[in-house]
Design a protein around this ligand. Structure first.
Ligand SMILES: Nc1ncnc2c1ncn2[C@@H]1O[C@H](COP(=O)(O)OP(=O)(O)OP(=O)(O)O)[C@@H](O)[C@H]1O
Ligand SMILES: [Mg+2]
Length: 365
């Protein structure tokens, strides 16, 4: 059985330092939920509060509405996977996986049955009698995952579980984790500072900065409609251009006006920051748009990235599907059109969006 998790004005302090100011959030039953943010923003701290390893200074964490603040970690029925796997080096794979079940004093044949089943699920049956030092990183990580889920936890917590693996294994293991979570439907909170990994595995993501959740939403939502400059810069790549919003148009350095129908109706004329993703430019030699010069290009197979220095002096990154003919040579004057619908416009301080369709609330379902 899995549970929903409620955070109601939860606060974490170490001495006089407030690491997490009042934070409210609901993780749905069966959801794959990710905490994403830069190093030191409080992801591990929050995860450990759910597990019961950290005290909660104010507010309530509840499972299915029942507060767990005072419940000891062992009674919370949580499975945990950490960055460093933490498999026991002196036990073979089978005994590692069975560990949590022995602790729960289950019958011998029940333990065997469950261990066999989980080892099948994560594909480690063939290593059952091996010692951990004879397993690869990915195999050890599977053992750690099996050990966490064999106890049939209500909640699965994972803290940067893939960061010790090489790039190829990371990709493979994130699919394994995603598939297993899906098939078992265990409510999962996953911690990472890798935005691509977060996008690949999560139902929803909370983007955190300095203990404060900036936005909660689906990967698609966060990418397409970030609530502020921080989220726009943290999820995916963004070019941030200075402009003015004037009479419903975006004016770049006084030269070029683009009608911007997505502006909030109440938005006054003001200086703004326009976030343009590399694929939201249309590069051409003689079309319309912002003027600039190609200063560098990188051929990436499917796509070619161009760095373009605008007449304003700002340098932007663009990406175009590679053509069979040629790459635009360095020094070529180009025009950059804009995919107006996709752009996001923020106040000059970057703290708020002026683009329609985001709404007042930072959370979407
Ligand atoms: N036991 C502690 N005592 C005092 N401060 C702490 C303690 N543990 C963590 N902190 C502080 O709390 C803040 C959040 O730390 P936390 O480990 O939660 O960050 P994180 O988001 O997990 O970062 P990373 O991505 O580097 O793992 C940091 O500023 C850290 O220095
Ligand atoms: Mg951490």
């Amino acid at each position: 059985m899995s549970v929903s998790i409620q955070f109601d004005r939860v606060v974490k302090r170490y001495g006089s330092a407030t690491i997490i100011p009042p934070l409210s959030l609901t993780v749905k039953d069966g959801e794959f939920f990710t905490l994403l943010g830069p190093s030191g923003c409080g992801k591990t701290t929050l995860l450990r509060m759910v597990a019961g390893f950290n005290t909660i200074e104010e507010g309530v964490i509840a499972f299915d509405g029942k507060p767990v603040n005072d419940m000891p970690p062992a009674q919370r029925n949580i499975g945990m996977v950490f960055q460093n796997y933490a498999v026991f080096p002196h036990m073979n794979v089978r005994r590692n996986v069975a560990f949590g079940l022995h602790n729960r004093r289950l019958q011998r044949d029940e333990i065997d049955r469950r261990v066999d089943e989980i080892m099948e699920t994560v594909h480690i049956t063939e290593y059952a009698s091996r010692m951990p030092d004879r397993l690869s990183g990915g195999q050890q990580q599977r053992v750690a995952l099996a050990r966490a889920i064999v106890i049939h936890p209500n909640v699965l917590l994972m803290d940067e579980p893939l960061s010790n693996l090489d790039a190829k294994l990371r990709l493979e293991m994130r699919n394994v984790i995603r598939d297993i979570q899906h098939s078992l439907g265990i409510t999962t909170i996953y911690v990472t500072h890798d935005q691509e990994e977060a996008m690949a595995v999560s139902d929803r993501i909370a983007v955190m900065e300095q203990g404060v959740i900036q936005q909660v939403g689906t990967p698609k939502r966060l990418y397409q409609r970030p609530v502020n400059r921080f989220v726009a810069g943290f999820i995916g790549r963004s070019n941030l251009l200075n402009a003015r919003l004037e009479g419903g148009s975006l004016v770049f350095h006084g030269t070029r006006a683009f009608p911007y129908p997505n502006a909030l109706p109440a938005a006054a004329d003001q200086s703004v920051i326009v976030s343009v993703r590399p694929e939201e430019f249309i590069v051409s030699k003689d079309g319309g748009g912002l003027s600039g010069k190609v200063i560098n290009s990188i051929f990436l197979g499917l796509n070619t990235t161009y760095f373009v220095k605008l007449d304003s002096g700002e340098t932007v990154e663009t990406v175009e599907e590679s053509t069979i003919d040629s790459i635009i040579p360095q020094g070529t004057p180009v025009k950059l059109g804009l995919k107006i619908d996709k752009l996001n416009v923020f106040t000059a301080d970057g703290k708020a969006s002026l683009t329609r369709g985001i709404g007042e609330v930072a959370e979407d379902a």
